[in-house]
Design a protein around this ligand. Structure first.
Ligand SMILES: *Cc1c(COP(=O)(O)O)cnc(C)c1O
Length: 753
């Protein structure tokens, strides 16, 4: 009987990140020894075409050159003639589901409807399974939200493409880079960010025909490749709490074909569903070794032809690398040109998957990029009020704009955040001068009752000139004695030493009356999070050095501890963990050195909004934790810099030239540059422009245009992935908001003669 059975199997790539075709062929050969197995490929570079179990190979032109309509007709012909087709190429499956909207009894892939239900990241079909979906955010929302998503997830995030490719993006810069690469490669803006889940990976593989779950198997990875792909694992019966709901879901979806649910089990034993692939996994034959031949079950279910029994050889499997003879009719091509660039694996796929994705997207009826209806909802209302006061007709650009009412509101709001302590702990906020030493900001800080934090005598001088008393100043940083003769005379509120050497020196100075301060403290180097600042404490020897230094510290001066790690960089959850661990370290210091800690300074580094977002409640929690661990602390200092300054200034720049290219892309040369906006790649900026028709401000939308800076430097691109509106002409002004922190203080003069 099986002599007349012909099975087409596509997807034979067999490199380190293999497609399942070869494994499917091996399993089918076992289940149907006499069937004719035909391998389908779209490149002669896919080594699986030489696999011995294939009776024939149907080699096509690469996807970029293939006549898709003709190919569809050829496939239909073969299906009508009684052959069955198992696809293991995700994009081919999407395409086949479109070509056969009503399916075909011999086409063993899921329907369009099924595919839409298992689309990542939401994977709607998961309802009923004992799994959760990791938090995700589509990249069609604005940059501001995306940055916030990354901070909320401790920058432990993946940027994922619609079909293939996932990249860890631990910084905003890497996110921006990979967003550009992936969206242009896959011709779509439908990327998404997803929170990383730590744990052990496991999968459930399914085989189903027209809604009937024929067989399923549970695999736990025991070894993985550098790309995280299975190298070894076990294959066992899935637990009933997965099988029962799965059976119902498969029935509801009328699923046909293979499938794999990729999951991670976290330390609390919770399963997280990452992907639901519409095909067998590459380790499919590993399950056959364990007595579960899912491809054979699928063919048996579809054709009614009984498959051979599948013995259990072992319940664990591993991979080896083996050599196979090359088919005479497909001699090896020369080595390809060395690949230049850093694109991911699928983008280098020899059959041209990237080009195929582009064709699918550009085809009429393909999914077009969603054009987002942009509005100003995310932009603070005060920005618009401040912009109204600017006379753009007489503005020489590039120009820094001071957002007066925004600044006032920000400082005012910030005072309410720490206005919570009814207990003994007094909160002090000290504005970080270096973040932006603009006098207007210093004066606002003074008016709203802030102290100021200086990292040099010159900064202290500037603060005193702005009206601060030295008693309102905190000295910090590794080089606060640089040009010491400029340091204003007076008693300082606090001095935090960056080393034990400095602590000894300061102690002497205070005894000699060369310096006067209410509080002397040390900065601790954060253990576990790399930092160049402060006293290292993460080995017993180093810790002892610190303890000994503290024993010398005169009891008459209040003692403080400072630590600082930017929550904007390590994320909010990690910052809170660090805070807790620092309290534990401080408690050990107290008991070992016999010194009570009276002042705690937790530095700055908050992204604007993060402190505000969690508001006073968050601060109250911190105070409670401090009281629990360090009962002698009477003062909690924060040193916000960018949380206060970033929103208070914007950079206006004008368009010099607009270049529009065939295909719709555009480049606008601006009179501003990365010299005026040095944080352009480290944090998002909300870019506003005046709409020519309505005369209202509106945000620049996402697109594939570039804003080129005026400098004659390759990397001077002030914004990418933006849409220059059709009406934009030279002379138009774009306003880069959120540029009041390091964009201002670290900007430099360049290219101006
Ligand atoms: C720079 C700095 C700050 C402020 O950091 P932001 O990231 O601007 O909030 C606070 N404290 C110290 C000691 C600093 O060096």
């Amino acid at each position: 009987m099986t002599k007349n059975l012909t099975i087409f199997i596509s997807g034979l790539y067999s490199g380190p990140n293999p497609q399942p075709g070869v494994g499917i062929a091996r399993s089918l050969r076992q289940g149907f020894p006499d069937a004719k197995l035909v391998g389908v490929e779209y490149s002669n570079r896919c080594s699986g075409i030489h696999w011995i179990d294939l009776d024939d190979v149907w080699l096509q032109r690469p996807w970029s050159e293939l006549d898709l309509d003709l190919h569809a007709c050829d496939i239909k012909q073969r299906l009508d003639d009684g052959a069955v087709w198992i696809s293991s190429i995700d994009l081919e499956i999407v395409w086949l589901a479109d070509v056969f909207p009503d399916g075909h009894p011999n086409l063993l892939v899921p329907s369009r409807g099924s595919l839409s239900m298992v689309r990542k990241p939401a994977i709607t079909a998961h309802k009923g399974l004992p799994v959760k979906i990791p938090a995700f955010r589509g990249t069609d929302v604005d940059d501001w939200d995306l940055h916030s998503f990354c901070r909320d997830n401790d920058w432990n995030v993946w940027l994922k493409g619609p079909y293939y490719e996932a990249v860890r993006t631990p910084t905003w810069e890497s996110f921006s880079h990979w967003r550009g690469v992936l969206s242009s490669a896959w011709a779509t803006d439908e990327l998404f960010l997803q929170a990383h889940v730590s744990g052990f990976e496991e999968s459930v593989m399914i085989s189903a025909y027209e809604g009937e779950l024929l067989e399923c198997v549970h695999m736990r990875k025991r070894d993985v490749t550098d790309l995280g792909k299975t190298w070894a694992g076990d294959a066992v019966t899935p637990p009933p709490e997965i099988v029962y709901p799965l059976r119902k879901i498969i029935r509801d979806l009328k699923w046909t074909g293979g499938g794999e649910l990729e999951m991670v089990r976290d330390a609390e034993d919770q399963l997280w569903l990452l992907e639901w692939n519409p095909r067998f996994p590459a380790w499919v034959h590993g399950a056959t070794i364990a007595g579960r031949n899912l491809p054979a079950a699928l063919v048996e279910g579809a054709t009614g032809i009984e498959a051979a029994d599948c013995p259990i050889v072992a319940c664990e499997f591993t991979r080896v690398v083996i050599e196979v003879p090359v088919r005479k009719e497909f001699p090896l091509p020369r080595l390809p040109e060395p690949f230049v660039g850093t694109a991911g694996h699928s983008m280098k796929h020899p059959s041209g998957l990237v080009e195929f994705a582009q064709r699918l997207h550009l085809a009429p009826g393909g999914s077009p990029s969603p054009s987002q209806a942009h509005n100003l909802s995310g932009v603070p209302e005060s920005y618009l009020r401040d912009l109204e006061k600017v006379d753009f007709r007489h503005l020489q650009t590039p120009a820094s704009l001071f957002f007066e009412s925004t600044a006032r509101e920000t400082f005012k709001k910030s005072t309410t955040l720490t206005d919570v302590s009814k207990g003994e702990i007094r909160p002090i906020q000290a504005y970080s001068i270096k973040t932006n030493p603009d006098e207007r900001l210093l004066r606002l800080a003074l008016d709203f009752g802030f102290y100021a934090e200086a990292i040099s005598p010159l900064e202290a001088q500037k603060a005193v000139a702005a009206g601060f008393r030295t008693e309102q100043l905190i000295l910090n940083g590794p080089a606060k004695w640089w040009r010491r003769d400029e340091l204003p005379d007076g008693r300082y509120h606090a001095v935090f030493c960056d080393s034990t050497l400095e602590l000894e020196r300061i102690t002497r100075d205070i005894e000699n009356r060369a310096l006067s301060a209410d509080v002397v403290g040390i900065r601790l180097r954060t253990p576990g999070v790399a930092s160049r600042f402060g006293v290292p404490i993460d080995s017993p020897e180093l810790f002892e050095v610190l303890i000994n230094a503290l024993r010398e510290h005169p009891a008459s001066i209040r003692f403080g501890v400072h630590f600082h790690m930017a929550s904007s960089a390590i994320g909010i959850g990690q910052w809170r963990d660090l805070f807790r661990s620092m309290l534990a370290w401080c408690s050990s210091i107290e008991s070992l050195a016999g010194r009570r800690i009276e002042v705690l300074d937790i530095g700055g580094g908050w992204f604007p909004g993060d402190f505000q977002r969690k508001s006073a409640i968050e601060f109250r929690e911190l105070i409670k934790l401090v009281q629990g661990e360090l009962p002698d602390v009477t003062e909690l200092i924060t040193e916000p810099g960018k949380a206060l300054a970033q929103s208070t200034m914007a950079l206006a720049m004008s368009v010099l030239e607009v270049r529009r290219y065939a295909g719709g892309t555009c480049e606008a040369v601006m009179d501003g540059s990365i010299a005026d906006l040095p944080m352009h790649s480290f944090q998002p900026h909300r870019i506003l422009l005046l709409d020519r028709e309505s005369g209202d401000w509106r945000p620049l939308e996402r697109g594939d245009s570039l804003l080129l800076g005026r400098l004659c430097m390759e990397h001077d691109i002030v914004a990418a992935n933006v849409e220059v509106p059709a009406a934009t002409r030279s002379g138009d002004v774009f306003v880069f908001c959120d540029a009041g922190a390091y964009d201002r203080s670290m900007s430099y003069v360049f290219g101006c003669g």
